[in-house]
Design a protein around this ligand. Sequence first.
Ligand SMILES: Nc1ncnc2c1ncn2[C@@H]1O[C@H](COP(=O)(O)OP(=O)(O)OP(=O)(O)O)[C@@H](O)[C@H]1O
Ligand SMILES: [Mg+2]
Length: 256
Amino acid sequence: MIDVQRVSKSFLSNGMTAHVLDDVTFHVKKGEIVTLLGHSGCGKSTLLNIIGGFIQADEGVVKLQENEVERPTRNCMMLFQQQNLLPWRNVFNNVALGLENESISKKEKYNRIMDALTLVGLEQHVQQFPRELSGGMQQRVAIARAFAMDPKLILMDEPFAALDTFNRYRLQDELLTIQTRKKTTMLLVTHDIDEAVYLSDRILIMRSNPGKIYKEITISLSKPRDRSHADFQYYRKQILDEFQFSGQKYEPEYLI
Ligand SMILES: Nc1ncnc2c1ncn2[C@@H]1O[C@H](COP(=O)(O)OP(=O)(O)OP(=O)(O)O)[C@@H](O)[C@H]1O
Ligand SMILES: [Mg+2]
């Protein structure tokens, strides 16, 4: 579904060249949930933007379903770190934005919008404008817009970061339900190790300067997962150790 081959990217900033991504290669199969995990600034958003066709790589190739990515397409929906809602449109019309070029009946359009808003718990807020919503509610509008479009592939850049724990857990479960039903392929960026272990089939750990994938961890637990189970904690600890946060002395030579 996603085929990233030897992607590199540098940015020129204040006369200096920053080598942000170096020789990144990975694949995501149809129906898989894969997470990119790494320190702030390691190039996760840049990589997602390249896969979504929003920025161009300097070297390498990205293919979605065998087709080389040159620009954003509607088969691939991206949820950004910022919500990108239009302030002059109410909740309903912000979700409708994603369906504007679809050749579907008015009734189906309405149903898809309301289904997506019900899913994120905002069906009572259709008339409100973004400025009248909390940060978490705004993020849920953006998530509803993505779901309403029913894409084959969703790229998500920390989509639940602005949500409180209860809404985050609820939406993670909803995401898994939809994903199981529709076999949507998902590539997720997160800082949240629990979220990564809860949702992912595979986790790709990145290092910085330049951004590179140095470890892949397959989570072989059936879903839905139990956060308190010893197996869940095993994976959590394995990842914490990679980031040296677990209090144990553990210094892999590839961490910088
Ligand atoms: N348009 C740009 N011009 C110059 N430098 C950029 C640009 N976009 C990103 N960078 C730099 O590239 C590096 C990676 O940025 P990126 O946003 O991909 O990181 P990230 O891993 O998503 O971080 P975070 O977890 O904080 O969101 C950073 O050092 C950033 O300053
Ligand atoms: Mg980012």
